[in-house]
Write a protein that binds this ligand. Structure first.
Ligand code: PLP
Length: 439
């Protein structure tokens, strides 16, 4: 069975002359809200959430967390909360967004390799559910804030299991050179530090994250072995029962036809299989399993609409069509050579096809959104829909070239609702200050 992360396009895509998503005509949406426009299909998002819940139903101690850094807005947080997901957050800004959406921080994990005193104070004061302790320095900061509010804080220890896995590479070493977490040889020291010096910190389990856009299921199998073995070892040595493991996120999605990510079911089978095997092997109690996908939850649900503007034919070479967005709303192509599929959203019946390069509007030669794609002959004013932009687009967007950040619209059952307003020119200068002597 295929799952939502194996589709390039949202599940509600329909073509009836114009392109429809969530029952809404994309051409009309572009007219109504302007472009560039982020569009999120609610049905696809909820389908992915259900795919995950169904896939893990054989391991009842599973808790789903959404890695907010993929796309963090108030409305998106509300949807994930309504699907029963908790949140993996990495800054006070993400925590604040979740809290302001009316969601209890009990369901939130705070993670990161340099959490500030202010961030930890805010998180602990507001009742954060878990903190993933990343380093020795942080242990003291957590204890201090916990003391200030007279609270006990539940933590996971972030470890580097010696496994790193991305789409095209899988690295396994005893000691991985990473800026995140404790390597295996430091675990005993941090546990000793916490149990002897900090009685307001309760160690609940271990946390690891082995990469992003992962297509290789074996990485998860190996990661779980390391985590379960450590749980066994810590219990044996310190008599401390660690009853939670958080295996991070990282499941890949299909951006272009050549991408072949495993289904959520396949990943779940490997994860649960490895868990059951290693629980038996090391004779530990079945721990609560946290998984915290980001990209595979939100990517496919999102598309970006652009308006085609200028065009340029380099004699005998590339034909460029330029859109009204680019690296500021989607930095992935210019930073990681990420690839995308796109189509023209308005009616193109009867037009011939041609191979073009889709260029962005920003002042960098590297601002190319799609390098070589076959499209019906584009005209200025056409609406271009780029697929799979839900994750790491808006969340990585900038105001480069002093361009206002785009709006975001949620579509469902032929209804569209704005969930992020477009920035205005006034927003752009609202934080500027002119010192008196320059006035
Ligand atoms: C980034 C990150 C995730 C989410 O990764 P995806 O590839 O978006 O699924 C989960 N956990 C941690 C600790 C992360 O840093």
């Amino acid at each position: 069975m295929t799952t939502t992360n194996q589709f390039i396009k949202p599940v509600t895509v329909k073509r009836d002359k114009n392109l429809f998503i969530g029952g809404c005509d994309m051409t009309e949406l572009a007219k109504k809200y302007g472009t560039p426009l982020y569009v999120i299909d609610e049905k696809t998002l909820r389908d992915v959430c259900r795919d995950y819940k169904t896939a893990f139903k054989n391991y009842p101690h599973t808790k789903m967390m959404y890695a907010s850094k993929a796309l963090c807005t108030s409305a998106i947080s509300k949807i994930l909360d309504s699907e029963g997901f908790g949140f993996d957050t990495v800054s006070i800004g993400e925590i604040y967004t979740v809290l302001k959406s009316g969601i209890s921080l009990e369901k939130v994990l705070f993670n990161g390799n340099n959490k500030t005193e202010e961030e930890l104070d805010f998180a602990i004061k507001n009742g954060i559910g878990r903190i993933s302790v990343d380093n020795f320095y942080e242990v003291d900061l957590i204890s201090k804030a916990a003391g200030k509010y007279n609270k006990n804080v539940d933590v996971l220890l972030r470890i580097t299991p010696g496994i790193e896995c991305h789409t095209h590479e899988y690295i396994k070493t005893g000691q991985l050179d990473s800026k995140f977490g404790f390597d295996l040889s430091q675990i005993d020291d941090v546990i000793n530090k916490i149990i002897t010096e900090h009685h307001n910190i309760r160690i609940r389990g271990l946390h690891a994250h082995i990469g992003s856009q992962i297509f290789e299921t074996k990485c998860f199998h190996d990661e779980i072995e390391v985590l379960i073995h450590e749980i066994f070892r810590v219990e044996d040595k310190f008599g401390i029962k660690l009853d939670e493991i958080n295996i991070g996120g990282g499941l890949g999605v299909k951006y272009v036809p050549k991408d072949k990510p495993p289904s959520i079911n396949e990943i779940a089978d490997v994860i649960v299989g490895s868990l059951e095997h290693h629980i038996k092997k090391y004779k530990v109690d079945p721990p609560t399993l946290y998984i915290e996908p980001g990209r595979s939850i939100i990517s496919t649900a999102g598309v970006t609409l652009y308006t085609v503007g200028s065009m340029k034919q380099v004699s005998n070479m590339t034909k460029y069509i330029t859109v009204d967005g680019g690296m500021a709303d989607n930095p992935r192509p210019s930073t990681y050579q990420a690839e995308y599929v796109a189509e023209i959203a308005n009616d193109t019946e009867g037009r011939e096809e041609e191979k073009v390069t889709v260029a962005g509007r920003f002042c960098e030669s590297g601002d190319i959104l799609i390098n070589g794609i076959t499209l019906p002959k584009a005209k200025s004013g056409d609406i271009l829909c780029v697929y799979n932009t839900g994750a790491y687009n808006y969340s990585m967007a900038s105001n480069y070239n002093r361009v206002e950040k785009s709006a975001m619209v949620l579509v469902n059952n032929s209804q569209s609702d704005m969930i992020v307003k477009r920035e205005t020119l006034e927003d752009l200068v609202s934080h500027d200050v002119i010192p008196d002597r320059l006035k």
